[in-house]
Design a protein. Structure first.
Length: 135
């Protein structure tokens, strides 16, 4: 018997290739499902440069975490307990999202907020575990 872990992007994520998440919209919605304790591992590498600085908010299992970005980046691992039921996880950028085409940087009209360098649901934490969210 092996524990089951599944992480699915519901909305707000943009991929270069299948499974290769790079950018989020203002709200990234995920579904996490696991039969044993698992860790949601997230690394935020940057924020779209036209957006104001400030924290991002992670909501999971009725808990809300305010994540302070340092140099527009942060990484953390959050324990997930879903007992086989799917749970909703939201990563919100209160500053919203913007399009690179707004500044004539490119023709990309997608609304972008956060650039992720890592997103997974694993049996071990990859980053500092987020029981006490002070960063």
């Amino acid at each position: 018997w092996r524990p089951m872990r599944r992480l699915q992007i519901l909305s707000g994520g943009y991929e270069r290739e299948a499974g290769d998440l790079r950018w989020t919209d203002a709200i990234l919605r995920l579904s996490a499902k696991t039969t044993s304790t698992a860790f949601l591992n997230i690394a935020i590498a940057d924020r779209c440069r036209n957006l104001r600085d400030g924290p991002v908010v992670l909501t999971c299992q009725g808990r809300e975490f305010t994540i302070q970005l340092k140099h527009r980046a942060a990484s953390f691992s959050l324990p997930i307990h879903s007992a086989g039921a799917a749970i909703l996880v939201e990563l919100k950028n209160p500053a919203g999202a913007c399009s690179p085409s707004d500044d004539d940087i490119s023709t990309d009209r997608r609304k972008l907020a956060l650039r992720l360098s890592y997103l997974s649901l694993d049996d071990r934490p990859r980053f500092r575990c987020w029981e006490n969210p002070e960063h």
